[in-house]
Design a protein. Structure first.
Length: 355
């Protein structure tokens, strides 16, 4: 918050607004990179604290991750640093201001996502969003924006990538949005627990209770984007349906948002059976991580086969997330990169051994 002098308590602060100017780069001593300066003005002083964050935490995060220095004087913010970094900071702050004006809430993770997105997406391409009555979900990487747009424009989407990239969460959020907008009549969630022919009778409880442990990530996402009472009512009424993969055969899934999670653990026969359930007015989303196949040794993954066979088929889109798209936390991204590096080394060693 600003003090009585109109200055913010932290000296290195910046903000965003509707007007900005970029003077020519300032001359620097020999051997140092040229520094640019950008001045940004916020029109609504009431929104400044929301943009800067509590104790200017968002501002500090932008300075740290983007590599700029910033000073806020009331609603005027001066940003200095390398030209590209200043442009990135300005873009991020303007996006924060626009979201605050719309009444949207955001977190430090959203700020990091804006920075990541601004570095990898074209400047004129905004961050895609999914909106439910409870929550607005904004893409945190350019690939997440591509994924959301694919879900909007394509009836069958494969979302592939490591843990923490948001492929399952965004699929559930999109399905919830479709349900609230009456674009579909129901949501159907499926995930392979074991292979087709699974003996669920040995598990306690009814069908929902038998498969609940396997579908917990989908439930978590549902409760995050929809009111809990609405989720419970929809489950009772069958508007949200839990459909074990083994029981999908023979069905035609029309006017539904259908999600198959952990699809890397399907067999080719299961995957073909599932994909051919798609009916009129439905959206189908298949998510999985091809590097985490839990099938018996020697068993081919149905996900890998389907992506290879259907990649060029019209009306189907495949989105591939990478380690840089991990949004769960930076440590998870480093873990994923370490495993990817190990896999690359192993593949190179096998290639050398064969030759």
């Amino acid at each position: 918050m600003a003090d009585k002098s109109g200055k913010h308590p932290r000296s290195g602060a910046l903000a965003t607004g509707s007007r900005s100017e970029t003077p020519a780069a300032q001359a620097m001593p020999a051997g140092q990179a040229a520094t640019s300066r950008v001045v940004v003005s916020l029109e609504d002083n009431r929104i400044v604290p929301l943009v800067l964050g509590e104790h200017d935490s968002y501002l500090a995060l932008i300075e740290q991750l983007v590599g700029v220095k910033a000073v806020a004087h009331g609603n005027i913010i001066s940003i200095s640093g390398p030209a590209q970094a200043c442009a990135t900071a300005k873009q991020v702050l303007e996006a924060l201001y626009a979201r605050a004006v719309r009444g949207e809430h955001f977190s430090a993770g959203d700020v990091e996502g804006m920075i990541r997105h601004s570095r990898s997406a074209p400047a004129n391409e905004g961050m895609a969003q999914i909106r439910t009555r409870k929550k607005v979900v904004t893409a945190r990487t350019a690939m997440q924006s591509n994924y959301i747009r694919a879900l909007e424009n394509t009836d069958l989407v494969f979302g592939l990538g490591p843990a923490g990239t948001g492929k399952t969460y965004l699929a559930v959020a999109f399905a919830a949005q479709c349900l609230e907008k009456n674009l579909v009549e129901r949501i159907i969630l499926s995930r392979p627990a074991v292979e087709a022919g699974e003996r669920l009778g040995f598990l306690p409880g009814d069908m929902k209770e038998k498969v609940d442990p396997y579908l917990r990530p989908l439930y978590d996402a549902l409760y995050d984007v929809l009111p809990p009472e609405k989720v419970e009512k929809a489950l009772v009424e069958g508007i949200i349906e839990i459909a074990p993969l083994a029981f999908m055969r023979g069905r035609t899934l029309a006017n539904a948002a259908v999600i198959l999670d952990e699809a890397q653990n399907t067999t080719p026969m299961q995957m073909k059976m599932f994909l051919t359930r798609l009916g009129e007015g439905s959206k189908m989303i298949v998510t999985g991580d091809p590097t985490q196949i839990d099938l018996p040794s020697g068993q081919k993954s149905g996900l890998e086969e389907a992506v290879g066979l259907l990649e060029l088929v019209k009306g189907i889109e495949t989105i591939r997330f990478q380690a840089q798209d991990v949004v769960r936390r930076d440590l998870v991204a480093r873990i994923v990169r370490a495993y990817e590096a190990a896999a690359t080394t192993t593949a190179a060693d096998k290639h050398r051994a064969r030759n």
